[in-house]
Design a protein around this ligand. Structure first.
Ligand SMILES: C[S@@+](CC[C@H](N)C(=O)[O-])C[C@H]1O[C@@H](n2cnc3c(N)ncnc32)[C@H](O)[C@@H]1O
Length: 446
């Protein structure tokens, strides 16, 4: 039986106690956390693992190995191994699914038609269907008129919120390519519904291309949006974000901030589906700092992309840790630990034996390849910062080129506000360093 969690976040003191227990537990194993799994052979990591544990686990069935992250141990295992697994499990944040209908009594999940779901796989359809209904329910209960879809990608969520739930939506994404696809897709959907319903005044999400690098930038954007009485399309010049955009939009705002002292008037909801790395943290910070933002609904992802104090990608506002308590406790993770955080223990448990063996093999081959690189091509290891498949990134580049050659964007509806970002670090890292993508059976992400 998996152990019950004995910690809670009910009070600040209890939360700090939990953080401190995690810190104490991790400290002796930092050498493992700080080393990437691809270096398992190269750095002879197994040599630092308890011999008894290794002997026992070597003979264990695949099925039982897959249950370890869920805190399920076998009677014949060494006591120290059982204690390690049970303690680690007792420190994990609970991830049980809550009954949505109990939390949001006015929730009604509409089944989406094939026009809105075109291009989505089953997983995306399920996520968008449910999240859109949650956002609508929260917008209704908080009396919010406008939704900002942060990291909107191709606008799947934004389009459902607009066309299915008739909400005013602004879809922000750092990638101009995604912005163009979102606008073109929304136009197609609009045409279809306009012809079907004979209604020419359908809500279409506004598409905005900008790289949100700080809560100040998102606040400035929300301010500008709220100052529009009738929600006309925004022009870039109306949002005084200063120069240059490519440096995170972190500039003084010259307009008086609406995000300060008013409890009345227009309000917003921030929504994000798979808002990568720091983006989810920026949304939380903006929510805390801006009264007019009544709610934040965010599904985070790509924890490996979180910036951390002292890490290469850290800016003025780091994504981790977001809490002062965690900062004071001295808890630091590092890139490899954040990569590990993308693994989903829940999905290990439901993997079939064949899929699990294939994943184990992939890990072993990749680690063996790392040894070859290390011995014969050491310069590749030092000059190439990304671990993993480049194929997806290359495919996207090719698709982008084809789209750019073929796409004719309607100027009336697309990209009313463009802060070109093509060099934005985020997209590059999203597409090239997702090592864990290779292990799809166990990896929980976008
Ligand atoms: C994993 S995708 C999710 C897309 C979409 N929400 C979905 O679920 O289909 C994350 C998106 O966030 C965008 N993004 C990442 N960091 C960003 C930032 N700092 N500012 C704006 N967009 C960002 C990326 O360009 C990408 O399209």
């Amino acid at each position: 039986m998996a152990p019950h969690c004995r910690y809670s976040c009910d009070t600040a003191a209890q939360t700090l106690e939990w953080i401190s227990a995690i810190n104490d537990f991790l400290r002796p194993y930092m050498f493992l956390l700080n080393d990437h799994v691809v270096n398992f052979f190269k750095d002879r990591l197994w040599e630092s693992i308890d011999k008894q544990w290794m002997n026992c686990l070597r003979k264990e069935s695949v099925e039982n190995l897959l249950k370890i992250p869920s805190g399920i141990v076998q009677d014949n295992w060494p006591a120290s191994l059982k204690e390690f697994i049970l303690t680690s499990r007792s420190l994990v944040l609970p991830r049980e699914q809550v009954e949505l209908q109990m939390m949001l009594p006015n929730l009604h999940v509409a089944s989406l038609d094939t026009v809105l779901t075109q291009g989505m796989n089953m997983k995306k359809k399920h996520e968008v269907e449910t999240l859109a209904a949650v956002v609508r329910s929260i917008a209704e209960s908080t009396g919010s008129q406008t939704i900002i879809d942060v990291g909107a990608g191709q606008g799947y969520l934004a389009q459902v919120l607009s066309f299915q739930y008739n909400l005013s939506v602004v879809a922000i994404d750092a990638s101009s390519h995604h912005g163009a696809v979102t606008s073109a897709r929304a136009e197609r959907i609009k045409k279809h519904y306009a012809a079907k319903t004979k209604n020419a005044h359908l809500n279409v999400p506004q598409t905005v291309t900008c790289c949100v690098m700080s809560s100040d930038a998102l606040k400035a954007f929300s301010d500008a949006l709220l100052q529009k009485n009738d929600f006309e399309p925004l022009e870039m010049k109306e949002i005084d974000l200063g120069e240059p955009y490519l440096e995170g939009l972190e500039v003084e705002r010259k307009k008086p901030s609406l995000c300060s002292n008013s409890n009345m008037g227009p309000s917003l909801v921030l929504a994000g589906l798979h808002a990568c790395g720091d983006l989810s943290v920026t949304m939380l910070r903006t929510f805390i700092e801006c009264k007019e933002i009544k709610a934040v609904v965010s599904i985070g992802c790509c924890y490996n992309l979180l910036s951390e104090e002292g890490s290469q990608n850290s800016g003025s506002q780091c994504g981790f840790p977001v809490s002062e308590g965690a900062k004071l406790s001295g808890l630091s993770l590092g890139k490899s630990a954040r990569d590990l955080a993308c693994q989903s223990a829940e999905r290990w448990r439901s993997l079939t034996k064949d899929a699990a063996l294939q994943n184990f093999e992939l890990h072993a081959f990749r680690a063996a390849f790392q040894m070859v690189l290390n011995r014969y091509y050491p310069e590749i290891l030092t000059t190439s910062p990304s671990i993993g498949r480049q194929g997806k990134a290359l495919r996207r580049q090719q698709q982008r080129r084809v789209l750019q050659n073929n796409l004719h964007v309607d100027k009336r509806t697309s990209l009313p506000l463009v802060a070109t970002w093509e060099k934005c670090e985020m997209e590059r890292s999203c597409t090239t360093s997702n090592y864990s993508e290779a292990y799809q059976g166990a990896y929980s992400c976008c």
